[in-house]
Design a protein around this ligand. Structure first.
Ligand SMILES: C[S@@+](CC[C@H](N)C(=O)[O-])C[C@H]1O[C@@H](n2cnc3c(N)ncnc32)[C@H](O)[C@@H]1O
Ligand code: SF4
Ligand code: SF4
Length: 353
């Protein structure tokens, strides 16, 4: 069996080292349930699961959020709740669920007020629903209540079914309601993106904010993980062709950036009320090089900065690093000598690797 890497310094030391890179907002990844009405190739949720769908289960997450928020006061000004499923907006349950989301968030606002934090809410959806008026009403009601509320629509170059309702909804909600269009950087999707033949994407790029996220691996997904070379080409291609795409735009434009990974300021709440810093409970030690700690990602971060040599790197202030979970995944292709992010920065600075 290959060796598990145990970080040389304590998690506390790593956190101190990375303090300057800590994101300025906190995040609750509120995974209410995994149930979904479709299947995307790169998503590992249990689409049939009913766990977390009841109002009681949703409300049982309030004390967990309160505890997390109590630790964020005086640390950040804004905390964002990413409400996700599975799919939140399924026509078959729309009325009941939307009412539950509303009551849940109104109740949660009390914690934000108690700890003097500004509340931001984002619902992430596949946008395949037909009952769009009900979704709009939910957002309008939350906004009327003083909660800054938006939608994220997911789009992908492959592996995600779309329908006519999807496009109807995109036009209906527009940038006033949709704060971002999010894509996932699988190996296949990056290849399609670089082929640059997708007119839907060009429409999104012209009209919306775009966030191209790192693929989070799971059991059996090794082929979907971009190699280091693909990763680096992906970022370079964005810089050369679509420089407004986040998080790359910030790397191009700012000399100082926080790390993209929010896990220092984040709690992920799962449907069964388990929590983690980011990673799934079903992950196994054999999936990773670093010793697995579901409550704290800093060991993995430390191995990353040690191995890449980040503390000696000229781009340390500017760099957002990358998804540490993907980086640490044992079975992914490591095919570059140099750090892929460093190669990207060299590219935008017109330097040779
Ligand atoms: C799990 S989905 C739930 C919300 C909704 N059903 C949707 O598809 O937008 C939340 C977001 O995670 C993305 N996602 C799914 N599987 C992923 C993975 N393995 N790595 C990174 N993001 C992933 C989806 O594309 C979506 O933008
Ligand atoms: S729509 Fe969302 S939850 Fe459903 S399979 Fe796709 S990514 Fe997963
Ligand atoms: S460019 Fe690479 S080595 Fe430099 S700080 Fe970023 S991740 Fe670390």
């Amino acid at each position: 069996m290959s060796e598990v890497r145990i970080p040389s310094q304590s998690a506390q030391t790593t956190k101190l080292l990375l303090e300057s890179k800590r994101p300025e907002i906190s995040e609750i990844e509120l995974t209410l349930f995994e149930n979904c009405n479709i299947v995307c190739d790169f998503c590992f949720h249990d689409k049939k699961s009913q766990v977390g769908l009841s109002k009681e289960e949703m409300f049982s997450k309030i004390p967990i959020m309160d505890e997390f928020l109590s630790r964020q006061q005086n640390r950040v000004k804004i905390a964002q709740i990413n409400v996700v499923g599975g799919e939140l907006f399924q026509d078959r349950w729309m009325e009941r669920l939307n009412q539950d989301y509303y009551e849940l968030l109104i109740e949660t606002k009390k914690s934000f007020d108690k700890y003097n934090l500004k509340m931001k809410v984002v619902f992430v959806s596949n946008f395949l629903f037909k009952k769009k008026e009900s979704v709009k009403e939910l957002i309008d009601k939350l906004r009327d209540y003083g909660i800054d509320t938006h939608l994220i629509v997911s789009y992908d170059f492959e592996g995600r079914p779309l329908s006519k309702s999807y496009w109807d909804n995109v036009t209906y909600f527009g940038p006033e309601y949709i704060c971002s269009v999010n894509l996932v950087g699988t190996s296949g999707s990056i290849k399609k993106f670089i082929e640059n033949k997708d007119n839907n994407f060009k429409y999104f790029y012209k009209n919306f904010n775009i966030f191209f996220d790192d693929f989070i691996p799971d059991n059996g997904s090794d082929d979907l993980i971009p190699s280091d070379r693909e990763f680096s080409q992906w970022y370079k291609y964005i810089a050369d062709n679509f420089p407004l795409i986040q998080p790359v735009a910030d790397l191009i434009n700012n000399q100082n950036n926080s790390m993209h990974c929010l896990s220092l300021n984040k709690v992920t709440i799962f449907p069964d009320n388990k929590t983690s810093n980011c990673r799934w409970h079903r992950y196994k030690q054999t999936d990773f090089n670093t010793k697995l700690n579901l409550k704290d990602n800093s060991g993995m971060m430390q191995n990353f900065i040690d191995e890449m040599g980040c503390l000696q790197c000229e781009y340390f202030s500017r760099c957002g690093f990358r998804c540490f979970t993907q980086w640490d995944w044992k079975n992914r292709k490591r095919d570059m000598e140099i750090c892929p992010m460093k190669s990207f920065f060299n590219h935008i600075e017109g330097k040779q690797d």
